[in-house]
Design a protein around this ligand. Structure first.
Ligand SMILES: O=C(O)CCC(=O)C(=O)O
Ligand SMILES: [Fe+2]
Length: 473
């Protein structure tokens, strides 16, 4: 408990035991604050059918491309309630130690607890964690101070749960699943984690929360008004701009699995800053421990072979909780070998770098070499080759990855260039190939720093030159 009250952050420099190893540090802190993370107005969801359809489409697009979206207005939760709830969390962390001491616990199985440490590192931010559904059963374990804690947090949890179920309903409609698909067991548990990050003397040496994907179904985050949340997208970290009263929504592993890998479960992290303390609140909507998770039958067909086997949520979570995040996903993969993503040859990395930095290639086509268990270069296209030459070089009945350096002139007459990553998976290719390429894609892409756009094509029309033009403009 003593740990929680020390005021190390007034001490310069950062004590050694808070310093992350170099490869786990945040790197460039000054990331672009991204206004691209889609902002969705939920107001129309109850109204006109065509508004509802458009909201659903925006949600699915955002979930496929970013794994994240923010909703700002009309989510239905009163502004005052959000303000009071965030206020009461800040007051909670400011309470004298005596008032919090009984809640402090290092036992991860304890349902309502205050603790420190992030990842494997001893880090002095504090987290307060408890379940919040069904309310009548949980509320008795919550703090009694501040005196409005139970009232505000209770009301807010109920409202956030309503929004989450509404979003899940819209997603199930969009995916063509039966209404209420995500209700009951799949979203039975609501957990709340309040994170308190004190100002840090040297934010470049540490992280508030190390990079991770959420293990649950879907998360709703109130991130307050201080920057700190970052999402990994297209090889770089982008900041999620705090917007007043916005709810940040992100897709967890279970939703990705139910969608058979087609929704993104994005890596994210929280960086610290040296000026302001930051308080964020995550509501995790989580399957019950015994809940059976598997890709939805309606979403599996010959072009989308089932990538994950059926498992109980607790099997996944046990591995995740042991800090074996990558393994947790791999173990539930239907073909463990294929799920263990292929390595990437040095030649692939270097050839991509030549295309990106030296601009000496128009395109590069990569293939999976199963014997070497690596992604290797298959063909390089010279700068003078055309898009048609590139398209013709892709096999008709087999999968490939490719990068294409697309030059174009903007309406302001500026010469620009954008690098496209193309995941070519024609519907006529063998199931095994589709699976192999689908599983290794994310790992491979992570090696290619500087991709601007990704296109997944199952027939030539989906990667037509027009498609590239539309994306790049
Ligand atoms: O503090 C934040 O913005 C992110 C917290 C988070 O990702 C989590 O609690 O899972
Ligand atoms: Fe998270």
């Amino acid at each position: 408990m003593e740990k929680l009250v020390s005021s190390w952050y007034n001490v310069q420099p950062l004590p050694d035991n808070y310093i992350f190893p170099p490869d786990a540090r945040p790197g460039k802190l000054d990331v672009p604050l991204c206004t691209n993370i889609p902002v969705i107005d939920m107001g129309g969801a109850e109204a006109e059918a065509h508004d509802r359809a458009s909201i659903i489409q925006q949600m699915l697009n955002a979930s496929e491309e970013f794994g994240f979206f923010q909703q700002v207005i009309n989510h239905g939760i009163p502004e005052n309630l959000l303000k009071d709830t965030m206020g009461v969390f800040k007051e909670f962390f400011e309470l004298p130690v005596e008032d919090k001491a009984s809640l402090y616990s290092e036992d991860p199985n304890k349902n309502c607890r205050l603790f420190t440490s992030s990842g494997n590192y001893d880090w002095e931010e504090a987290h307060f964690w408890h379940s919040c559904h069904p309310l009548e059963q949980c509320i008795q374990f919550w703090p009694q101070k501040p005196i409005t804690y139970r009232e505000h947090v209770g009301a807010c949890s109920t409202q956030v749960r309503k929004v989450a179920l509404n979003i899940l309903q819209l997603i199930s409609e969009g995916l063509g699943l039966e209404p209420g698909y995500f209700r009951d067991e799949l979203s039975q548990v609501s957990l709340l984690s309040v994170n308190y990050y004190p100002p840090c003397p040297d934010p470049s040496l540490t992280l508030g929360v190390p990079k991770h994907c959420d293990p649950n179904l879907i998360t709703i985050l109130l991130q307050g008004d201080v920057n700190g949340l970052q999402v990994f997208k297209d090889g770089e970290w982008i900041g999620v701009e705090p917007l007043p009263n916005a709810l940040v929504v992100n897709i967890g592993y279970q939703l990705k699995i139910i969608r058979n890998g087609k929704l993104k479960c994005a890596e994210h992290r929280a960086v610290t800053n040296s000026r302001n303390a930051r308080t964020s609140t995550a509501f995790f909507f989580t399957p019950s421990p015994d809940c059976l998770i598997k890709p939805a039958g309606a979403l599996i067909n010959a072009s989308n072979p089932q990538l994950y086997k059926a498992f109980q949520y607790k099997e996944f979570f046990t591995n995740y909780a042991m800090k074996q995040e990558a393994k947790a996903e791999q173990l539930v993969h239907i073909y463990p070998n294929a799920s263990c993503a292929m390595g990437v040859s040095d030649d692939s990395k270097n050839t991509f770098m030549e295309l990106q930095r030296k601009k000496v290639h128009r395109y590069v086509i990569f293939k999976v070499d199963e014997k070497k268990r690596e992604v290797v270069v298959e063909k390089i296209g010279g700068p003078a080759e055309s898009y048609d030459d590139f398209a013709a070089a892709l096999p008709e009945n087999d999968c490939r990855y490719a990068v294409y350096d697309f030059d174009f002139v903007t309406s302001e007459n500026c010469q620009k260039s954008k690098i496209f990553f193309i995941a070519w998976s024609p519907s006529t290719s063998r199931i095994r190939a589709k699976m192999l390429y689908a599983t290794s894609k994310d790992r491979f892409r992570r090696e290619l720093d500087g991709i601007h756009y990704e296109i997944q094509a199952t027939d030539p029309s989906e990667m037509d030159l027009e498609v590239l033009r539309d994306r790049a403009h």
